[in-house]
Design a protein around this ligand. Structure first.
Ligand code: PMP
Length: 459
């Protein structure tokens, strides 16, 4: 088949004929057709119709250094020329994965000194689940294997990832989840707090739901708790400040391991290398992916704490788990070049000290007064706008998700890529954004809100 990559209408037809997309209603997609994204440069992507779109989602929460970085292409090309692939099974390794592992543990919390590589966040959560259960088995407690997670959590789309996650529509299609995973309420104060309950009190209540689940199962049956420091795909749900310290206290009290899923939050998103630092958490595992390579190559890294790793090493015995592409040299070389850029350009300090606080202030000043906006919130460069019908009562539009989808569609048509999840507009832009980029995004989102309000009020 000889088709020019610029023959866009033909590509659209072929896409509809042959390509099944992730998380897509294919009947709907066939009717609408796909947008073909052809190029990226800095904070912008360009589609086949010539539209320039400011990408407030950094692809899918991953392109932290922005588009068009030739340095990463050079790193990949050099590695492919030298050694395109070798495995890390059978007592072998490759220089790039060793260097990356050593680099990651320098950045990670002090108790973390080991890394297990995969190709995606889902895969690394699968690794994490097996590893914590294997740990307790090695410790002579194989029955300590329940993992506690939260409703509406997202931990990936493999069977283990979807089972760990708390997305009900995903569970329905699983045809049987991985056993011994329990879900408790999420620390989502905007919807979960009672009218006269403070966010802080609600945060403690949400943490204590974990304690109740531990006590209901019996602490000797509970292996671990897993959570995203900020729930991402679930709607950028930022927990009240009271939540994580209490979760940590509970895990320690009942000897339950603490697994953090930082697939979105790691590598600068919250203004630190890891959100573990932002929230003062000392985890036993940290799952990372996405921004590890800024999405330029598929790579994930499970960071493993000393408690688990030392048992693994001291007790020995094979851990029957791993992937062909664990520690892939090209992906690891690209990750190293990506971390160099984040470092050299001091992107994380910029988020922590400048653009993060500025985004929070601008979301509040420019958007929170809008009639459709129930709340704005952000940490670092991860933000959300709640769409409501009535500000005071927080009443939503019917059907659920309808209003936020309108806002999103107007935003995209207006040159701003944001995402709608339920009734929440979310954003997670590249860390290269400046104050000017934030201003542009706020203007475009403001216009989208106005246009959506016209639609919703029948103007
Ligand atoms: N965990 C979290 C918190 C995520 O946001 C995601 C992806 N959005 C995953 C896991 C799964 O990662 P992947 O899509 O790379 O498998």
């Amino acid at each position: 088949m000889n088709i020019s990559s610029k023959d866009y209408s033909r590509l659209q037809q072929l896409d509809a004929a042959h390509h099944l997309h992730p998380f897509t209603d294919h009947k709907e997609l066939r009717a609408a057709g796909s947008r073909i994204v052809v190029r990226g440069d800095g904070p912008f992507v360009y589609d086949s119709e010539g539209n320039e779109i400011l990408d407030a989602m950094a692809g899918l929460w991953c392109v932290n250094i922005g588009y068009g970085r030739h340095e990463l292409a050079d790193a990949a090309a050099a590695q492919i020329r030298e050694l395109p692939y070798y495995n890390s099974f059978f007592k072998c390794t490759v220089p790039a994965s060793v260097k990356l592992a050593a680099r990651l543990v320098e950045l990670a919390p002090d108790n973390i000194n080991q890394v297990f590589f995969g190709s995606s966040g889902s895969e690394s959560n699968d690794t994490a689940l097996r590893l914590v259960r294997h740990y307790w088995a090695l410790e002579g407690k194989p029955e300590k294997n329940i993992v506690i997670s939260r409703e509406n959590a997202y931990h990936g789309s493999t069977i283990a990832g979807a089972s760990l996650g708390g997305m009900k529509p995903m569970h329905k299609q699983l045809g049987g989840a991985v056993p011994n995973i329990v879900h408790v309420i999420a620390p989502y104060a905007f919807e979960g707090a009672e009218p006269n309950e403070s966010d802080e009190a609600f945060g403690l209540r949400a943490a204590r739901a974990i304690e109740e689940a531990i006590l209901a199962a019996g602490p000797d049956k509970v292996a671990a708790f897993i959570g995203e420091p900020i729930m991402g795909a679930g709607g950028v749900r930022i927990p009240p400040a009271s939540y994580w310290p209490e979760v940590q206290r509970i895990c320690r009290q009942y000897d339950v391991l603490l697994m953090l899923d930082e697939v979105i939050t790691a590598y600068g998103r919250t203004g630190e290398w890891f959100a573990a630092k932002t929230f003062g958490i000392t985890p036993d595992t940290i799952t990372t992916a996405k921004a590890l390579t800024s999405g330029y190559q598929p790579l994930s890294a499970l960071l493993v704490g000393d408690r688990i790793a030392s048992t693994l090493v001291e007790k020995g015995g094979e851990f029957y788990h791993g992937y062909t592409y664990s520690g892939h040299p090209v992906c690891c070389a690209v990750a190293l070049a990506n971390l160099d850029i984040i470092d050299r350009e001091a992107l994380i300090n910029r988020v922590r000290d400048d653009t993060g606080p500025y985004l929070s202030e601008q979301l509040y000043q420019k958007l929170s007064g809008h009639p459709l906006v129930g709340e704005t919130r952000s940490v670092g460069l991860m933000g959300a706008v709640e769409i409501v019908r009535d500000k005071a009562s927080r009443l939503r539009f019917e059907p659920s998700g309808h209003a936020a989808t309108k806002v999103r569609d107007h935003a995209i048509a207006n040159g701003l890529m944001v995402r709608a999840t339920g009734d929440t507009i979310i954003m997670s832009p590249p860390l290269i954004w400046t104050r000017e980029t934030i201003d542009l995004a706020m203007d475009r989102l403001g216009t989208a809100l106005d246009l959506a309000l016209d639609d919703l009020s029948g103007k």
